[in-house]
Design a protein around this ligand. Structure first.
Ligand code: R5P
Length: 315
């Protein structure tokens, strides 16, 4: 055993920390995350965690200070003689650069994995990693949770999800596995695939739609909404191909740049995401629904602490 559960967070995931702590029924561990005069980050854990099972919650979306806070908190916990340190990373940033697909590019996800381990993380809990194989970049256990059950509860409470009426859509080839999983989980709904190309980073164009979407209600499934272009152009193409309506379920809402206006002007009927990331009000598109991820993370933390299986949470 690893002593008592102690949970704390970086500043980016403070709102999740509060909800998770309430759910578990413990107080968050007191810590300072502040700045030195020159802007460098200063952290300090304010109570003893010696011999304890420490969970540090922080999504690592930009700015990189979010990642830096997490690394510093892990280092602080390790040096404070925590028995075990688990990094709980609801959104794992830099995951999209996970292979050397062009000359002279980094494998960013591997570098982040190295940094977390060097800082002293013993385990990682994360949610809908961009690619499952990123787990292999770590030499420590990584539990990659799925938001699928949360989406299922949401959609089944509002829609019939009749397989004659509804289809699941992968907005690009990379999303096929995730979409297939969702289709099976939603009662074997039929699947369509959008063949998307990126002429350059942050641009998206549809080349082809695989599967007949005519007269169907569609649910696009993706892991990330960043600029919103992938789902906006996919929706245009799907509506042109005769779809009745298009909704989107995506785990992580980054909504960078012009995402709000791109999505507000799009034909998407509803966008459903989780609160894995904080989303400022002014970046929130209209027709957005945000689902609470804290119960899933709290359960994963409790099960990890008790050395109980997490597989029931995976699907
Ligand atoms: C790409 O492989 C991802 O799964 C998402 O489709 C992508 O990150 C979405 O980006 P954007 O919203 O900028 O099109």
């Amino acid at each position: 055993m690893h002593g008592d559960i102690k949970i704390l967070s970086g500043s980016n995931s403070e709102y999740l920390l509060q909800k998770i702590a309430r759910r578990i029924g413990i107080q968050p561990t007191s810590r300072i995350v502040s700045r030195f005069s020159d802007g460098e980050i200063r952290v300090q854990i304010k109570e003893s965690i010696r011999g304890d099972d420490v969970f540090i919650i922080q999504s690592t979306n930009p700015p990189s200070d979010n990642l830096m806070e997490l690394l510093l908190l892990i280092d602080a916990a390790r040096r404070a003689s925590a028995s075990r340190v688990t990094a709980v990373i609801p959104y794992f940033g830099y995951a999209r650069q996970d292979r050397k697909d062009q000359p002279r590019v980094p494998i960013s996800a591997k570098l982040i994995a190295n940094l977390l381990q060097v800082a002293g993380a013993d385990r990682v809990i994360t949610l809908d990693l961009h690619a499952d194989q990123i787990q292999g970049f770590f030499d420590i256990p990584v539990d990659n949770l799925y938001a699928t059950p949360i989406f299922k509860d949401f959609f089944t409470s509002r829609h019939s999800l009749d397989p004659d009426e509804y289809m699941i859509v992968a907005p690009d080839v990379g999303a096929t596995k995730r979409a297939r999983l969702m289709a099976r989980y939603f009662g074997n709904l039929p699947l369509a695939l959008v063949d998307k190309r990126r002429p350059e980073p942050n641009k998206a164009e549809v080349v082809n739609i695989i599967g007949s979407v005519e007269n169907k209600k569609l649910l696009i499934v993706d892991d990330i909404i960043d600029t919103g272009r992938t789902i906006a152009v996919a929706t245009n193409a799907l509506m042109e191909a005769g779809a009745v309506e298009v909704r989107v379920a995506a785990t992580h809402g980054l909504f960078s740049g012009d995402a709000k206006s791109i999505l507000d002007e799009s034909l998407i009927k509803e966008i459903v995401i989780t609160d894995s990331l904080p989303i400022p009000k002014e970046k929130r598109p209209e027709r957005l629904e945000v689902l609470d991820i804290a119960p899933l993370l709290a359960e994963a933390i409790l099960r990890t602490h008790d050395a109980r299986s997490l597989s029931a949470l995976f699907l």
